[in-house]
Design a protein around this ligand. Structure first.
Ligand code: ASP
Ligand code: MG
Length: 411
């Protein structure tokens, strides 16, 4: 007998039929003798629809009220799933974030989990009850409801798996696992049987929409074993675990694409100590996350500084950039929304050379121009034109032989 945490995403519980199917799977796991804690997302597009409603009644909805609103979505799916399981003659109880005792900080809509109280869950499990927990939410020490950022049900699942010392945290979704690339772009993308936390962390933050990046950080920190798999099939998916030696054999395990990037350039910036510090302090002061930064070599005492931000933050970034350009006596501020970021990720890069060259050659062969480059130990990213992005991803997938890695996709 093991304790298993299962998390079902929005598409897995999108309608009553699917909820009944999830109930069957949960019941089966319970009947196999395991203790089961289930974490659910809101039905289908519920969260988007709720955000939409908010936008229709207020231009600037207070974040506290947004959390009151958004947290209702998961309560619906949790209660429905508990009922569906109950109709199999099994004991099940749904609990929301506050009822469980998921304590967070006060950062509404982006709250961080500070503590998880598992007493009530343990009590229910010991009576043979299946526990359904609403994903994506918690409560501050002063009883305010908070949400954990988009995709936050993953974080709830990982936090519970850790607090309960679960044997495995299964993440059920509508794809069969983690792929070498987005199968919608690269039809011969392969399912990876295993991947390390570090690679998955890079892929998550690079826009491979499999798991919330924050949940990956927590999984890595506490070494929570994860199994990403489909709720529509019985096949095993991808195991995400800490690094083992064999993983280093693979130079590149995935190509990812981030389309929601925008580039900002501050022209003719005086080339003096302290200027970059001023620029990026002003930007971080307004909570803008800068991704890549490139500064050209100056020949005349002036240089251009470019950086990328998420497209949603472009408006805010431009405002600050213009202000700080005036402050440091730089020139004009330009921007470009037609960019995308392609990245290759792999543990094996650490011990092998020539990977960047191979990436650039593959892009050159497709006449894809590289605008900016950044690297980390296990990742190389290039900013390119958005309309060339799909071509670039395919070319890189081919160049690194990813169609021969992992498991062929069943269609
Ligand atoms: N329902 C929330 C969202 O759509 C949380 C989640 O699904 O993980 O972001
Ligand atoms: Mg998700």
């Amino acid at each position: 007998m093991a304790l298993i945490v299962q998390k079902y995403g929005g598409s897995s519980v999108a309608d009553p039929e699917r909820i009944r199917r999830v109930a069957q799977r949960v019941v089966k796991t319970r009947k196999a003798g395991h203790q089961v804690v289930v974490v659910v997302s809101a039905l289908g597009d519920t969260t988007d629809n709720l955000l939409d409603l908010a936008a229709q009644v207020s231009k600037n909805p207070p974040e506290r009220e947004l959390d009151m609103l958004l947290s209702t979505g998961e309560q619906v799916s949790a209660a429905l799933l508990a009922m569906a399981i109950g109709s199999h003659g099994m004991k099940a109880i749904s609990l929301n974030g506050p009822q469980v005792g998921i304590v967070t900080d006060r950062a509404h809509t982006q709250a961080r989990i500070q503590a998880v109280n598992v007493d009530r869950i343990h009590r229910a499990l010991s009576k043979g009850t299946i526990v359904i927990v609403t994903g994506f939410q918690g409560m501050t020490p002063d009883q305010e409801i908070t949400t954990l950022g988009r995709g936050g049900s993953d974080l709830t699942a990982v936090a519970l798996a850790k607090a309960l010392s679960a044997k495995i945290c299964e993440i059920y979704t509508d794809v069969e696992g983690v792929y070498t690339a987005d199968p919608r772009i690269v039809p011969n993308a392969r399912k990876l049987p295993t991947i390390s936390y570090d690679e998955m962390l890079e892929l998550a933050s690079l826009g491979a929409q499999v798991m919330q990046a924050r949940s990956m950080e927590m999984a890595k920190k506490y070494e929570v074993p994860l199994h990403v798999r489909s709720s529509f099939s019985r096949r095993t998916g991808t195991i995400i675990s800490k690094e083992v030696k064999a993983m280093e054999e693979v130079v590149v395990s995935g190509v990812s694409l981030q389309k929601d990037e925008a580039k900002v350039t501050i022209c003719d910036v005086p080339d003096r100590p302290g200027i970059a510090a001023t620029i990026f302090t002003r930007i971080s002061d307004v909570n803008i996350n800068v991704d890549m930064i490139v500064q050209n070599i100056s020949r005349t005492g002036f240089t251009d500084v470019s950086f990328t931000v998420g497209r949603l933050q472009l408006g805010k970034a431009l405002k600050v950039a213009r202000r700080v350009a005036a402050e440091v006596k730089a020139g004009r501020v330009a921007h470009d929304e037609g960019v995308a970021k392609v990245s290759v990720v792999g543990l094996g890069m650490r011990s092998r050379s020539g990977i960047a060259a191979k990436m650039f050659q593959a892009l050159a062969k497709e006449s894809v121009n590289i605008d900016m480059i950044s690297t980390s130990e296990i990742k190389i990213s290039c900013i390119i034109r958005k309309d060339q992005a799909a071509r670039a991803v395919k070319a890189l997938h081919d160049a690194f032989g990813l169609d021969k890695l992992g498991v062929r996709r069943k269609r």
